[in-house]
Design a protein around this ligand. Structure first.
Ligand code: GLU
Length: 475
């Protein structure tokens, strides 16, 4: 049950995939409702029949659910002010139109229905449009925006509220529904600020005090001055889901696009964000999309995941990759599918490998490539890394010494193994790194990965020895 009268709404138009900007608008509405103990309404603005699709609508529901933004009223949930899809509210719009007509504030011209502003009228030649238009001497609409501050804008021309095809226009249905649904705060993207004076005129014509407005700044692309577009990497919420980001990390990251807790904290539990979030705290300046920040926040959440949740999460990412590659006819794709299948069909090894990698990765999407060599003896050797490692000192001699060490070393403890390698290095006047780099190359084919001793332990003595010997024989 709501504990305050605050009613906010997220009002998406299902005309495209669910964009990061929309998700952030939804989130700021949701946060404000949860912060104030108010009500979060989901309203679908689907009056544009040509451009709407059920597929896009499904993506909106899925993405909101995935991100944990539960709505209190809306499709599938009900509420006292439904229906919550504008395509089902035609009767309500006709009723509100009749009110305007009765008050002499709507008229017909050229098949369309126009909203009539108040004020003296005069015919003026508009240079820009090269035609004569009717200007209205109107007073400015004043908006005390909770984020932008004081905004004044004058509407000086009547505008269409029902098109000649009989469909109502966005401005009209948007305002009617905000009135009918008793919305107290309109929180939306800054791209709508320029529409707000039209909306204020409509509210006034209906004799209703407008809600409070809060226009959220734009999201800029990671480099350059432009606004983030649907084509930019990271623009679609689905993409994060597909790539295996944690929803709690994505939500946390979205909160930081235009808001901060007043200090430089980044990773914060959602309960804490709800406690601190407020509209005057939203920045006026544009937010910049920063994928590195997302990766950093995601890594923080991954580190904290209990083993079983991490494993389930890792496993579903392998399954998603298998599914995505299953139909791809290239040899590479087939090899990857076979590798990932063998990984998840060896649960004990899978568990150890994933837990060893947990503190090292920013996102589970790195895991298949990061861990491939654990699940197959046929792992590739990176030529560049090989050239670099083999050029320094006498790596073959180091590898021979390591083979001797591995034959008898204590594999039960990472620390004991590490100490043994360190002692070996010290005895020869060398460093741990001289042994580590060639060992890593031989055993994994690369120079990145979890700790070398953890890697040895998980692979086991026999596999480590066999790999080193095979590498040495070919070197
Ligand atoms: N349907 C509009 C949009 O998707 C909503 C505008 C509003 O929130 O008032 O941009």
């Amino acid at each position: 049950m709501p504990t305050s009268k605050v009613r906010v709404r997220f009002a998406p138009s299902p005309t495209g995939f669910f964009h990061i900007g929309s998700a952030r608008t939804a989130l700021f509405n949701w946060l404000y409702a949860r912060h104030t103990g108010g009500t979060f309404v989901l309203r679908i603005e689907d009056t544009d029949k040509e451009r709407n699709s059920e597929e896009f609508l499904g993506v909106i529901y899925d993405s909101l659910r995935w991100l944990g933004m539960d709505w209190d009223e809306g499709p599938g949930k009900g509420g006292d002010f439904g229906p919550y899809r504008q395509s089902e509210r035609d009767a309500i719009y006709r009723e509100y139109l009749a009110k305007l007509q009765a008050a002499g504030r709507a008229y017909e011209k050229d098949g369309a229905i126009w909203f009539k502003l108040l004020g003296e009228r005069s015919e003026v030649f508009d240079e820009h449009r090269q035609k004569t238009v009717t200007k209205v001497a109107n007073t400015p609409a004043i908006i005390e925006d909770l984020i932008r501050g004081h905004v004044e804008r004058t509407e000086d021309e009547d505008f269409v509220i029902f098109r000649s095809d009989g469909n109502p226009v966005f401005h009209f249905v948007n305002v009617v529904d905000d009135i009918a649904m008793k919305i107290t705060h309109v929180i939306r993207g800054e791209d709508h600020l320029s529409n707000t004076s039209k909306h204020v005129e409509l509210f006034k014509a209906f004799g209703v005090t407008p809600p409070q407005f809060a226009h959220i700044p734009l999201i800029l692309k990671s480099n350059g001055p432009g606004k983030m577009s649907k084509r930019d990497q990271g623009a679609l919420i689905e993409e994060y889901q597909r790539r295996g980001f944690l929803p709690e990390a994505v939500v946390n990251f979205l909160c930081l696009l235009g808001w901060n807790p007043g200090d430089d904290r980044e990773k914060m539990p959602i309960a804490e964000i709800i406690r601190l979030f407020d509209l005057p705290g939203v920045n006026q300046s544009n937010a910049r999309f920063d994928e590195k920040k997302l990766a950093h926040v995601n890594m923080g959440y991954l580190l904290e995941l209990p083993a079983d949740r991490f494993l389930a999460h890792a496993r579903s990412h392998f399954e998603r990759r298998i599914e995505a590659l299953a139909g791809v006819p290239t040899d590479e794709a087939k090899a990857s599918v076979a590798l990932y299948r063998s990984a998840i069909s060896a649960p004990a090894l899978f568990r150890e490998v994933m837990l060893l990698s947990q503190p090292k990765i920013k996102s589970v999407e790195e895991l298949p490539a990061y861990t491939g060599y654990f699940f197959s003896e046929d792992y590739p050797i990176d030529d560049k890394v090989r050239a670099k490692v083999m050029a320094k000192g006498d790596p073959k001699a180091r590898l021979r010494e390591l083979i001797e060490l591995v034959r008898t070393a204590d594999f039960g403890s990472d620390l004991a193994l590490e100490t043994a390698i360190k002692d070996l290095a010290t005895a020869g006047g060398l460093g741990f790194g001289d042994y580590q780099s060639v060992a890593r190359l031989a055993v994994s084919g690369t120079n990145v990965g979890p700790s070398i001793t953890g890697m040895f332990r998980v692979l086991g003595r026999e596999r480590v020895l066999a790999r080193m010997e095979r590498f040495l024989a070919a070197a």
